[in-house]
Write a protein that binds this ligand. Structure first.
Ligand SMILES: [Zn+2]
Length: 105
């Protein structure tokens, strides 16, 4: 392999120039490391289930309470509904951005 730096003809397998020491060929790239595994899959599943169950429960409770003649319960039901919807929206936004980040890597 001819050195691109000084033109010295080196042996085929040489990685560095025998004359000037320049790198002849880039060393083989190590396989790309897998993306940072922040959380194990089981934990991820727990988050998905939790973040789906909590708002679902909130919406169910809210739907039950919001029809209650008691104004206090009605108020609580509204809050539950809002919380449930808010968590779902937040989860969707988070999931969207997480997916976006995952695709960028
Ligand atoms: Zn050289």
């Amino acid at each position: 392999m001819k050195c691109s730096s000084c033109g010295f003809e080196n042996e085929g397998e040489a990685k560095f120039c025998g004359s000037c020491g320049a790198v002849l060929a880039a060393p083989p790239r190590p396989p790309a490391p897998p993306g940072p595994q922040i959380v194990p899959d089981g934990f991820n599943l727990g988050i998905i289930l939790g973040s789906l169950l909590v708002p679902l429960l909130g919406i169910i409770l809210g739907a039950m309470y919001i029809n209650d003649p008691n104004p206090e319960k009605k108020k609580a039901g509204k809050r539950w509904l809002l919380t449930g919807a808010g968590v779902i929206v937040a989860y969707c936004v988070l999931g969207f951005f997480c997916g976006l980040m995952g695709n960028l890597q």
